[in-house]
Ligand binder design. Structure first.
Ligand code: FAD
Length: 1010
């Protein structure tokens, strides 16, 4: 148990007589005595008060204490706080409080929220809802100076009078459209203008207005660069730069004139390099080169920060005017760790707090040694860190105006007090904004204060002794630890192939090179890998959907007569392939995976050019193809050996799997490598010969897959690639020697295959099995508690990803009436801001559709939609490619064709619902059941979706595309398909027959021992 109001006073009130047991920390550097001396001094100056957040006066501490003791409660509390501002109805507030925190079995329900007195009446609910909201608003005001700059002005004046400078941070929703980015720019300009007017009459405060390099402005603005562009994406540094710089220039022009200083906040790790690049590029421009008040935050938890500081120092040297570096430890540690680990990427952050602290100290020394080039600013609330900075400065003989301390408004007030008493310049990071966008900020601060690693927690809640608090960060004895992700049973060795991290410059360069290599080969004639068979059908010309006059490649196709030949050869090869050892077939699949890894960039480039996929989507297809090879290889090893059933003595019952026979794989073009790789490799690894018909819309990708498998060791005859159209597919399906058909494609073709396969053909000895993954009319429900930033970006990416040409794509959004209008307004702007264009450009978000036929069909649906519903937005795209601008219809009724029929393009139908029940019944009102999603922060609504949303893959609070092998086995039911989920543990059993052999082992009264 933590002590209530646990600030132990023993170390600071009795400085001259250290309590028994308190010792000097281990001295690991000559600075330590100074650190300890200064630390004690600062501790003494801070004595007698607790930070606002930890004060009993307004925050009973119950919530904070409970959160620190119980991580589940902490999650629930913070999630509740996060959702609160989006709920306007008081009854709903109370209901949500109950959902998150249970029914009164925590002390919060007695005193804090005032819920005990809650009656079932509406009046009671209203009162309590209001009380809860007041509490949280009060807490938010601890960290937020005001809703507007005007409202914040008196507080800022007060801070100044108490010897604290400030840096304004304008809180806002996530920027998801150009319109919102423009608004943030305007808010920055307006804030600078108002603040400059405000501070003009303030009395002079020399400590805050001058440093070692000269005067410093009273006004400082901290800018969130991601708020200045919806296109900030490390995959496209040039596009990101243009988009951000255009909006930053008016802010900088004003700041230079006033003057005011402008500091870039540092954000998530994947944008770090991009922000540093934007900073150095922009401030090297002739107009801003001499501006001495630019700065940026750098995070000590980032492993590259040391290198960044060195780079910046050389750059400043060349530039000729100083910059501010604000050194912080970093505020995104938890979320970045999760994101990187989830993606299987190497984490670029230190993973131990002590490493971050040690790095901070090393960087402090570096910064304070270069004060002719930089204005050092140190953002920290850690007593040890503060004392260490002082000790370093002292050892270097620096005058105190050379650096400044920065702290967050509302945090560590005792140290704010100590630092000002100590005669140092202190600047507070002061957020301004509404409660709604402020919640994410508030939750971040609460997390920071209650984290196990937080200095403030250690000091104020755990009362650790001064010797511990001032101890140096010691790095010895650290071992690297990489936690393992959870794996499905039996698949311990499987790991998803990480997608490319295009934030890494080398990955971008490699992709550009691969595109250039592929470009040199465009238009050639290729011979399909059909195991020595000479194909006699017409030549197929594959065209670039972004430039239809460009031929990607030419390939001979198969004629129906070739099918007969191919099947005959497969039948001949059947037994020898079946009799290969499991290990051998598994090894071949793994060899194919290895080849794919080696040629990954080039194959990705082919896919970009042949199928019009943007970089990330094409790369994800490659990663998934590798996953299928590895996963099925590993899974077959698990399944292949006979399994004993029962353990009764005297009998041996064994289950065996044998291959079904020749398999026809009929593949689509939209995941032209991953889907066929999955179907083909599943059939092959289980011992079946395969005749593979790639789509006539992506023949080159099919060709590369067959080539690669041949190279990996699949013998001629065992795999034959037959490029061709529907006639080839139909001939294959009807062939009497085909035992299994694995198909992915449209519902109509799938149903046709099921019918054909069910017709017994002369000479046929086996009932055909058909695995058919078909279409979807997938819906995302957005309820009134949803985080709209997430919901809109999730809906947009789910309906426009690969121009809506995924069977998992979202084509309906069902939105609660309470947020319907605001959802539509932001959705429209977000859609208008999408970058539609040539997918070879890294910044392209939406490419063309696959061909003219697809384009015309989608355009027909858009015309139908215009008759049926209200056109909200229609993206207009010009250009030679087969483009369809993302289009949204609002007020769509469930009976409308655009609400029922699969369109397979970037078209979204938005429908209104007044309850989660109605939303679910709308979502389930089509014939399909493939994917679905819900954006909600109501636990009970999510629970209901679990139970009632009838889809094969349900996604909660995330986009509904991008299923990962093994982690999200994929497939639907009803008219969306038949068969086990791809990438799941039951998939392979569809390619085998199950045999059971039972042997009587008792002979002459004797049985072998068990
Ligand atoms: C003026 C100002 C501006 C700021 N601007 C930014 C900004 O632009 N970008 C930004 O990211 N942050 C920014 N911050 C937030 C800042 O990063 C945090 O407030 C700070 O990290 C808390 O550090 P501390 O020294 O006060 O506390 P401490 O309690 O000593 O340190 C906490 C920090 O340690 C690190 N940490 C925790 N656990 C681990 C672990 N297991 N392994 C490695 N490291 C760990 C994290 O960075 C965490 O925030 C700013 C802070 C201030 C005061």
């Amino acid at each position: 148990m933590f002590q209530q109001n646990a600030r132990s006073v023993y170390w600071w009130c009795s400085f001259n007589s250290l309590p028994v047991g308190v010792q000097m920390p281990t001295i690991s550097s000559p600075l330590e005595p100074a650190v300890y001396r200064i630390g004690e001094q600062l501790a003494r100056l801070s004595a007698g008060s607790t930070p606002t957040l930890f004060e009993r006066r307004w925050w009973s501490q119950t919530a904070l204490n409970l959160a620190m003791q119980d991580s589940r409660f902490k999650t629930q509390l913070f999630r509740f706080i996060d959702v609160l501002p989006s709920v306007t109805d008081d009854e709903e507030v109370v209901a949500l409080a109950r959902e998150y925190m249970g029914d009164g079995d925590t002390p919060l329900f007695g005193g804090q929220w005032g819920l005990k007195a809650l009656s079932a009446t509406n009046f009671g609910a209203r009162l309590s809802g209001k009380a809860i909201r007041n509490q949280v608003e009060h807490m938010a005001r601890t960290f937020i100076v005001g809703a507007t700059v005007k409202e914040a002005a008196p507080q800022l004046t007060d801070l100044w009078q108490h010897g604290r400078a400030w840096s304004i941070d304008l809180l806002g929703e996530a920027t998801i459209s150009d319109h919102e980015a423009d608004r943030y720019r305007d808010r920055c300009v307006e804030a600078l203008t108002l603040l400059a007017r405000e501070v003009a009459s303030w009395p002079s405060y020399p400590l805050l207005e001058r440093d070692h390099l000269g005067p410093i402005p009273r006004v400082q603005l901290s800018v969130k660069i991601s708020a200045l562009s919806p296109h900030l994406d490390p995959i496209d540094p040039e596009g990101s730069y243009q988009s951000v710089a255009t909006r930053l220039r008016p802010i900088l022009d004003l700041a230079m004139g006033l003057p005011a200083s402008v500091i870039f906040d540092m954000e998530q790790a994947d944008t770090k390099a991009l922000l540093v690049e934007i900073f150095t590029r922009l401030f090297a421009e002739p107009s801003y080169r001499a501006y001495p008040y630019a700065g940026l935050a750098l995070q000590a938890y980032h492993r590259e920060t040391e290198r960044d500081i060195e780079g910046l120092l050389s750059w400043v040297h060349r530039r000729g005017s100083p910059i501010t570096i604000r050194l912080v430890k970093g505020a995104y540690w938890d979320s970045d760790m999760i994101r990187y680990r989830q993606r299987g990427w190497a984490v670029p952050l230190f993973e131990r707090k002590v490493e971050t602290d040690a790095n901070y100290e090393a960087l402090t020394h570096r910064m304070l040694s270069q004060t002719s080039l930089i204005r050092p600013a140190f953002g920290t609330h850690n007593l040890r860190t503060l004392a260490h900075i002082e000790a370093v400065a002292e050892s270097l003989g620096l005058p105190p105006e050379t650096w400044e301390y920065q702290m967050i408004f509302g945090m560590a007030e005792p140290f704010q007090h100590a630092i000002t008493q100590y005669g140092r310049r202190l600047r507070l990071y002061t957020p301004v904004g509404d409660l709604l966008p402020g919640m994410a900020y508030l939750v971040r601060r609460l997390l920071e204060n209650t984290s196990n690693e937080s200095f403030l927690r250690k000091e104020y809640m755990e009362s650790q002794p001064l010797s511990t608090l001032l101890a140096p960060p010691v790095l010895e004895g650290l071992t690297q630890k990489h936690p393992l992700a959870s794996q499905p049973a039996g698949m311990q060795e499987f790991r998803n192939e990480p997608q490319r991290d295009f934030a890494i410059a080398d990955s971008r360069v490699a992709m550009q090179r691969a595109l250039a290599t592929v470009r040199l080969q465009l238009g050639r004639q290729w011979t399909p890998s059909s195991g020595g068979l000479r194909l006699t059908g017409p030549v197929i010309e594959s065209r670039n959907p972004a430039h239809p006059d460009e031929v990607v490649g030419r390939l001979s196709s198969a004629s129906p007569e070739d099918v007969e030949q191919a099947v005959r050869r497969a039948v001949q090869a059947r037994e020898s392939w079946r009799d290969r050892t499991t290990e051998r077939r598994v090894d071949i699949m793994r060899a194919a995976a290895a080849l794919m890894r080696t040629r990954r960039d080039e194959l990705t480039a082919w896919e970009i050019v042949e199928c019009g996929k943007p970089w990330r989507e094409a790369d994800a297809d490659l990663a998934e193809a590798i996953d299928f090879l590895e996963f099925y290889a590993g899974d077959w090893r698990r399944l292949a050996s006979p399994r004993r059933l029962g353990h009764e003595p005297g009998e041996l019952n064994q289950r065996l799997y044998s291959p079904r026979g020749v398999t026809a794989v009929i593949a689509p073009w939209n995941f032209p490598l991953a889907i066929p790789t999955g179907m083909v490799s599943a059939a092959l690894v289980t011992g079946n010969p395969v005749i593979f018909k790639p789509s006539e819309r992506s023949p080159m990708m099919g060709h590369w897959l067959a080539e690669l498998l041949r190279e990996a060791g699949v013998p001629d005859g065992v795999l034959c690639c037959l490029p061709g159209g529907p006639d080839i597919g139909q001939t294959l399906v009807r062939h009497p020697e085909i035992a299994t058909v694995a198909f992915t494609g449209s519902k109509d073709v799938g149903l046709g295959i099921l019918k054909d396969a069910g017709t017994l053909m002369p000479g046929q000895h086996m009932v055909k099995r058909v695995l058919a993954e078909m279409g979807g009319k997938n819906a995302i429900i957005v309820d009134e508690t949803a985080d709209l930033d997430d919901a809109i970006t999730g809906v947009v990416s789910s309906f426009t990803g690969y121009a809506g040409q995924k069977c998992s794509a979202c084509s309906r959004a069902i939105v609660h009436a309470a947020i319907y209008d605001s959802f539509l307004e932001r959705l429209k702007e977000a859609v208008l801001s999408l970058r539609v264009g040539n997918p070879e450009e890294p910044g392209t978000q939406v490419g063309p559709v696959i061909d003219r036929r697809a384009q015309s069909k989608i355009q027909e649906y858009i015309e139908i939609g215009k008759q049926e519903a209200r056109l909200l937005v229609e993206g207009i795209v010009t250009g030679p490619g087969w483009y369809v601008g993302p289009t949204v219809f609002a007020d769509v009724a469930p009976t409308h064709r655009v609400a029922q029929e699969e369109i397979f393009g970037p078209v979204l139908a938005v429908m209104k619902a007044t309850s989660i029940q109605e939303a679910l019944s709308l979502a389930n009102s089509t014939a399909y059941a493939l994917t679905g999603g819900v954006y909600s922060r109501s636990p009970s609504n999510l629970e209901l979706a679990w139970q009632r949303f009838d889809v094969g893959n349900l996604y909660l609070n995330r986009p509904i595309t991008g299923a990962l092998v093994a982690r999200q086995p994929f497939g639907g039911h009803r008219l969306s398909g038949i068969g086990a989920k791809a990438g799941g543990e039951e998939y392979l059993t569809q390619f085998v027959v199950t045999r059971v052999v039972s042997e009587q082992t008792l002979r002459r009264g004797f049985a072998p021992p068990e």
